[in-house]
Ligand binder design. Structure first.
Ligand code: FAD
Length: 291
């Protein structure tokens, strides 16, 4: 099923993200986590893509399995920054051949050793170019892209970031999924700004349940997200107690999700990171809210 269709039916959606194995040795354990998450019957599942190409072949294998064996709508991520046009076109062809209908078109993070390269020589510098290639591939994919309520770290300012976001929508992107955020007011403010800028496509709110203290610094480093004092207090109190931290992190994420639904956000995507126990607890917490 196309994500655009799913998002248009007006009922609350709850989806989960998984990442593919880095090597074939861990394929079985990832497969087992993915299958447990699929049993929760999420609205859809997304599969990340290694920016350096490390896990790219497994993205397709896992996505194919989710769609064809577990019969859950599937969103396969695809990055372009380390690729050339031919490689990307072949990937798109492979996705189509595997029956994948939805692609999250991403630039990917620029590898450290390429930061000073002459970018005019690259086939892809921005996700918008990838959207254009997918749109003109001759296949009828539903295309999504990333957005950043707290602004992308490379952007000069919010206005510029939103201008380029509009470019992605104008090129044919049918929905956006947000970077993780821990204060819902940041999303509400962002939505106000993008709607004012004429971006009308649905936005899926990305929620990361923080279930251990180590994740906090990783999450901040990765996303630059603002951590509200309420959340910092919780990590200070329970960070050294793994089971208490897991419970508190799941409740914090659930609370964020309920507030989002209560304020008219219909679509929530949980960065469940191959942890079926976390996905299940969140789903159970919302059992009367998302049927
Ligand atoms: P872009 O849209 O290209 O934006 C990057 C920067 O360039 C922004 O500052 C933007 O304002 C600016 N920009 C955009 N277009 C233009 C233009 N035409 N001219 C000038 N400037 C422009 N990474 C992975 O490696 N694998 C994944 O699976 C993955 N999944 C993700 C899922 C989500 C929901 C999110 C939010 C991020 C994900 N990432 C993933 C990380 C993502 O690749 C990085 O955040 C990356 O730095 C930017 O990707 P983008 O697609 O947003 O890039």
């Amino acid at each position: 099923m196309k994500i655009s269709v799913l998002l248009s039916n007006g009922t609350p959606s709850l989806s989960f993200e998984v990442f593919p194995p880095k090597t074939s040795d861990s394929f079985e354990s990832v497969k087992s986590s993915v299958s447990e998450i699929a049993k929760l019957r999420p609205s859809f599942m997304s599969v990340t893509y290694g920016a350096g190409g490390g896990t790219s072949e497994f993205t397709l294998k896992i996505a194919e399995r989710i769609k064809n064996e577990y019969h859950v709508p599937t969103l396969a991520h695809l990055t372009c920054v380390s690729s050339n046009t031919e490689t990307v076109e072949n990937k798109i062809k492979d996705f189509h051949a595997a029956g994948i209908e939805n692609i999250l078109a991403l630039r990917g993070d620029i590898p450290a050793d390429k930061l000073n390269d002459d970018r005019s020589k690259w086939d892809f510098v921005h996700a918008s170019q990838l959207i254009d290639v997918i749109k003109n591939s001759g296949y009828d994919f539903c295309i999504g892209a990333a957005c950043y309520p707290e602004v992308h770290p490379e952007s000069r300012n919010k206005a510029e970031d939103i201008r380029y976001l509009k470019q992605k929508a104008d090129l044919g992107c049918e929905f956006f999924t947000t970077q993780m955020f821990f204060d819902n007011n940041l999303l509400y403010n962002f939505l106000y700004r993008i709607r004012e800028a004429g971006i009308t496509v649905p936005v899926i709110a990305g929620i990361m349940p923080i279930t251990n203290a180590n994740q906090v610094s990783r999450a901040i480093k990765l996303s630059g997200s603002f951590m509200p004092q309420r959340f910092i207090n919780l990590v200070d109190k329970y960070g050294d107690n793994p089971s208490a931290m897991m419970q508190a992190g799941i409740i914090y994420a659930t609370d964020q999700i309920i507030d989002l639904y209560a304020n008219g956000i219909t679509h929530v995507h949980v960065y469940s990171m191959n942890k079926p126990e976390v996905a299940k607890k969140i789903k159970d917490n919302l059992s009367e809210i998302v049927k």
